[in-house]
Write a protein that binds this ligand. Structure first.
Ligand code: PLP
Length: 710
């Protein structure tokens, strides 16, 4: 069993420790309930983190629980269920028995797993987290590689003047659900790296996600000089020179760490260009073992998968060639190529582009929605100048979200009742979801109203804490959503604040939106949340603009901005509003996943036909703002889009919401909510996505790799 980290836990319930260190609890609500039972108030105060709970709980409570028959019953059931789920025969081993034990490495700069582990900034990270969780559920032998960022991504506060303040807090590693990666869980697992001119020691942490392990590097160890200790301090912090060194550790170091752990993957997946140096390091290994560069590069290509995530040009990392030269001096010799040939691997104009490198060095290449696949083929034709655009070898796998993480437990219980307990196992079975239509309207609506009240209570609690702890002024308390009305049609808009997402579009015509918001009989309210990247002045400006409207008496408390959007808040938002608004400038939203979370919870999407909604909208499961994009050029027609949005609100959305029977039930609305659940759960779940990745990307790469070896 090894050393016990919590000797105060009575023997009878000792496995609580193991349970706390496996993030399976983050998508198993019965396991979470078990911890909550120990101390519900503490559980809430520490934002649902079992490791912290075990540190802070009064030991007396643990002793009482170990004698409480009700608690013990739940404890046994939970332990047994988790045991069974870790042993059972899963999809991947049934479909591909020969590959079931061969690791697939998944490299990502961020992972959004739970709010207690702040190593993500937004959609990309949460997608990576969902990818790992679903791999565990399907039995895909994935191994994750990334960083633990001791200062994470920043916490957001809005100051009295409406400007965002970025606050960095140090992660208490002992309080987080991570453990030392080595065989001895009581001692740090250190790996010595020399990467080009960078010489650094990393401590490696492990995160357990059901059957999947994730290894996170941490440069903040005493063995490193002060400057280097900061290398993994923050997500996307520092200047370009900092970034290149960070990415060298992420890619090259990540490979070495897996080797040090004795893990030999047969397929390697680079999630976004930040991790592309991983591909070079594997070529270097093969060349050092005696291959020619050409053979080594071919082997790496055959066994690698690369996913690109953005059509925004500035979203692709690139480094000036002299900077590459400085940090990789000598590395090209180990690859067996010249400096110039080395630079050509990623050269785009005067820079070394991480996406170009990955496109050249991985044969499995994909965008993250059908539309984004097309956009990527056009965008990266520079890499294949002689190939017609339609034949550019970049395919697409549309993103999905991890259903057990994002569907509200209260709704899950309703599915259990009307669809059967097998709903989790069958959640990507399209015809199975026709059964949603059998849920009585009243039952679905009751759950929705419960989740809506929970969301409003969440906003109010945050406002209350800021009012009493930080003495913020009254206007701010109102702007945080304390006057929101549980009976009003509630629109949610929550995501990163950045120009192309057009957070303020709904205020394009102030008088027109005001008359919708302030309608006496059919009021509407809008709740915003989201962080702007610290360097994004325009994003910060948008927050300021919305905050001013939220604090304006003229809006009568019908506009709110909730601070510090992250995963915890995202659950309340995507489960508790009535309408999910998404109005990016097409085609800049590669996929978008928050609307998928909302749709699975019966929240209706109103969105431009970009990203996933282009393939997800079926005419009955939500609304489309404007028509499909005519070509792949960026449109800037804010006037037309805002007008289309107002028309939808005025003529369809508001009337449908307020069309009630004598019991107050909006049957037409509920019908659409059911259609949203029916059509979105099976097709936009991470389960469907992972089955696609496994069959279309991983297995072909694994087979190609095996052929090379025989
Ligand atoms: C799902 C999610 C996102 C992604 O939002 P999009 O609107 O799809 O870009 C961002 N942040 C958080 C916290 C999320 O949970």
């Amino acid at each position: 069993m090894g050393t016990r980290r919590f000797p105060q836990i009575p023997d009878r319930i000792q496995q609580l420790e193991e349970l706390a260190y496996n993030l399976k609890w983050s998508w198993d609500f019965r396991a979470r309930l078990l911890f909550k039972r120990l101390d519900a108030q503490l559980w809430k105060n520490i934002q649902h983190n079992p490791v912290r709970l075990l540190h802070e709980i009064d030991p007396e409570r643990l002793i009482n629980a170990s004698h409480d028959p009700d608690f013990l019953r739940e404890y046994e059931v939970t332990i047994q269920t988790l045991d069974r789920s870790s042993r059972g025969d899963k999809w991947f081993s049934r479909e591909f028995p020969d590959l079931a034990k061969q690791p697939i490495a998944y490299f990502s700069a961020e992972f959004g797993l739970h709010t207690s582990l702040p190593i993500y900034s937004g959609g990309l990270g949460i997608l990576a987290g969902d990818h790992c969780k679903e791999s565990s559920d399907l039995g895909i032998p994935l191994v994750g590689s990334g960083f633990v960022y001791p200062q994470g991504y920043f916490h957001q506060r809005i100051q009295a003047d409406g400007w965002q303040e970025d606050i960095y807090e140090l992660l208490e590693r002992q309080q987080a659900p991570i453990e030392f990666a080595g065989p001895d869980r009581t001692a740090p697992f250190l790996v010595d790296l020399k990467v080009g001119t960078v010489k650094i020691v990393v401590a490696v942490w492990r995160v357990n996600l059901g059957g999947v392990s994730l290894y996170l590097m941490d440069t903040d160890v005493v063995e490193n000089p002060q400057g280097d200790r900061e290398l993994s301090a923050r997500l996307y912090g520092g200047d370009k020179d900092h970034r290149i060194r960070q990415e060298m550790v992420l890619g090259v170091g990540g490979v070495r760490v897996l080797r040090a752990l004795g893990i030999q993957p047969i397929v390697w997946h680079a999630n976004e260009g930040h991790t592309s140096f991983m591909l070079l390091e594997r070529v270097r290994e093969l060349v050092q073992a005696g291959s020619t560069f050409e053979d080594a590069a071919e082997e790496v290509r055959m066994t690698s998968v690369f996913t690109t995530h953005t059509p925004v040009a500035a979203g692709h990392d690139e480094f000036p060639l002299p900077m590459m030269e400085k940090h990789f001096a000598g590395y090209w010799d180990e690859l067996g190529i010249t400096r110039q040939a080395f630079m050509e691997l990623g050269r785009l104009g005067d820079s070394f582009n991480m996406t170009v490198l990955a496109l050249r060095m991985a044969n499995g290449r994909n965008g993250v929605s059908q539309l984004h696949g097309r956009v990527s083929r056009r965008m990266w034709q520079v890499v294949w100048p002689d190939t017609p655009q339609d034949e550019i070898p970049i395919t697409s796998v549309t993103n999905g979200v991890h259903a057990p993480t994002w569907i509200a437990p209260e709704l899950g219980l309703l599915f259990e009742r009307y669809l059967g307990p097998e709903w989790v196992e069958k959640h990507d079975d399209i015809s199975f979801w026709n059964r949603v239509m059998d849920i009585p309207d009243k039952d679905l609506w009751e759950v929705h109203l419960f989740l809506k009240r929970k969301f409003l209570a969440f906003a109010r609690e945050r406002a209350r804490a800021r009012w009493s702890e930080d003495r913020v002024d009254g206007r701010q308390v109102i702007s945080m959503g304390t006057l929101l009305d549980p009976d009003a049609l509630t629109i949610g808009f929550a995501r990163r604040f950045t120009g192309y997402k057009r957070a303020a579009m709904i205020f394009h015509d102030l008088s027109r939106i005001r008359s919708l918001l302030l309608d006496r009989w059919r009021p509407v309210q809008i709740v915003f949340a989201g962080k702007a990247h610290p360097a994004d002045e325009h994003g910060k400006h948008l927050i300021h603009q919305i905050h001013s409207l939220a604090a304006d008496n003229g809006m009568a408390g019908h506009v709110a901005f909730v601070e510090n959007y992250e995963m915890h808040a995202a659950h309340f938002f995507t489960q508790g509003v009535d309408v999910w608004l998404n109005n990016p400038r097409p085609p800049l939203e590669a996929c978008g996943t928050s609307g998928q979370k909302a749709g699975m919870n019966g929240v209706l999407n109103v969105s431009v036909l970009d990203g996933w909604w282009y393939e997800g909208h079926n005419g009955n499961n939500g609304w489309a703002i404007g028509g499909p994009p005519e070509d792949l050029d960026v449109r800037y027609d804010d006037d037309a889009d805002a007008d289309a949005l107002y028309q939808l609100l005025e003529q369809q959305i508001v009337p449908l919401y307020y069309d009630r029977d004598q019991n107050g039930l909006p049957h037409g609305w509920i019908q659409m909510a059911k259609e949203a659940i029916r059509s979105i759960v099976p097709r936009f779940s991470a389960r469907r996505m992972l089955k696609d990745y496994a069959s279309r990307m991983y297995v072909p790469a694994a087979l190609a790799g095996t052929k090379i070896k025989v």
